[in-house]
Design a protein around this ligand. Sequence first.
Ligand code: 8Y4
Length: 281
Amino acid sequence: MTAVWQTTRFAIDLARPQVMGIVNVTPDSFSDGGAHASTEAALRHCEHLIKEGADILDIGGESTRPGSPAVPLEEELARVVPVVREAVKLRVPVSVDTYKSEVMRAVLELGADIVNDIWALRRPGAMDAVSAHPSCGICLMHMHRDPQTMQVAPMSGDVVPAVREFLEEQARALAARGVQKERIVLDPGIGFGKTVEQNFALLARQAELLASGLPLLAGWSRKSSLGAVTGIEAAGERMVPSVAAAVLAADKGAAIVRVHDVRETVAALAVWRAMSREQQS
Ligand code: 8Y4
């Protein structure tokens, strides 16, 4: 099996798990350096993550933590566009975390490789924006409700088939618009409107999601379910459980892991791969 993720400029080889490094572009409320300072800080972080071994950069201008406020279009464009314009020169695939069709069109125009959408293209114009592009990669993520209310009333019942059916439906809608399957990756949306137990069911039973035939992306990094089972309350102190979750997701067949701690995840996955190579099928 030689799966690839077809993106704007790169056919990403999924033979080994790929590490997507998270780059948040948010204005620094402590220093008053303005927009230029946050652009420079984000670009330095991009270069740092590449040195640490990131295979893909995921650039986002809106913090998507539960309950965080939405960012207006003009503000998101002002944050993300200057960073993407430079990041596409860094020789790794550039993903942009957005659900706004205007941001998608702007970054695709600049040569971005992947649209990573927590709304799985359900917001106005998003399906059209990616379908109009000849080759961009797309990550479709499952989210229950919306970022403001998802944790107020999490999903009920067995989430695994519900998540699978939703993601397959969105992938079918893209295929109906002529988007090649090789451009699409699915993501269960860890933490987006699920209980701790439901998130771990989505890990334990990743095989049921993989049965869709599309590659899977898993984003466990620093999330609150890892806090719940470890007792580590500060998100910034959850590196070790995050690395453990990334390795478990890879072992259960995830093709891409989205992480903050790239260096540590790359090292842990090297150990997993040394084992995996010797595995008798
Ligand atoms: C601490 C730090 C606590 C970050 C929570 C968080 C995913 C994603 C996010 C994901 C894909 C987050 C944009 C939430 N999560 N995109 N985005 N998959 N594809 N929370 O799981 O990192 S933001």
